[in-house]
Design a protein around this ligand. Structure first.
Ligand code: MG
Length: 233
């Protein structure tokens, strides 16, 4: 891969730097078991997981807390399947418990890569969408405030990727011109299209090696964010 001349680097959080020990489908299976419910009543756990992740994205902007968001999602999921609406609250609570207890972890190689990049003198930023409460829980759990220079959370500033204002806030805090910055993220729309329109260079983390689905061509495609080491001197 060709060398990148960026001096400032910024990363997305979810599924770029961090991941979960349990998939959505595994959390749902454990949640329903705890509630004494037969998963088959809801259809397959995979189908529920797709629904859950889609609704999370749809309802996230505007939600004021994770508990409220989970309740809104499960209310839709329960009502959409003609089940008793009273099921939604206990399921939403149990889901939050399972996710909290199982925690969050780094993608393999990421903490080492961040440390090496800092030693090489790069300034590092993090720009993540999502609810303040949820994102900061993960940021604290991974001790990211110590590992990067700048952290910008969509829920704190009211702008979300791919909105150019989210990237402008990041660049301002990093003290970087967009042309000197590389953005690394796994969401083609939010991270790559957004950063490209903000004037940054882009590296798309596409673990399955999928080809990019739109007109914006990422400058780099990585299997993992840690690969950023390969393109930077
Ligand atoms: Mg992501």
């Amino acid at each position: 891969m060709r060398t990148c001349e960026a001096t400032h680097l910024a990363f997305d959080l979810d599924f770029t730097l961090s991941t979960y020990p349990l998939t959505t489908s595994q959390v749902i299976a454990e949640t329903l078991a705890r509630c004494g419910l037969d998963a088959a009543v809801f259809g397959s756990a995979n189908e529920l997981a797709l629904d859950y992740d889609r609704l999370w994205q749809e309802l996230e902007v505007g939600a004021t807390s994770a508990d409220e968001l989970r309740l809104a999602i499960w209310t839709r999921m329960v009502c959409g399947r003609d089940l008793a609406p009273s099921l939604a609250a206990p399921i939403a609570r149990a889901y939050g418990d399972v996710r909290r207890e199982s925690g969050v972890r780094f993608v393999e190689g990421v903490p080492e890569a961040l440390e090496i990049l800092r030693r090489r003198g790069y300034r590092l930023g993090l720009l993540t969408n999502g609810l303040s409460e949820v994102q900061w829980d993960k940021i604290h759990a991974l001790d990211l405030a110590r590992r990067v220079d700048v952290i910008v959370v969509g829920g704190d500033i009211g702008f979300y990727k791919p909105d150019e204002r989210a990237f402008a806030a990041l660049l301002g805090r990093l003290g970087a011109r967009s042309a000197d910055a590389l953005f690394v993220g796994d969401s083609y729309e939010a991270d790559i299209v957004g950063a490209h329109h903000a004037g940054m260079r882009t590296a798309w983390v596409s673990a399955d090696g999928a080809s990019h689905p739109g007109a914006v061509t990422p400058d780099y495609v990585f299997a993992s964010a840690a690969q950023v080491l390969e393109i930077l001197p």
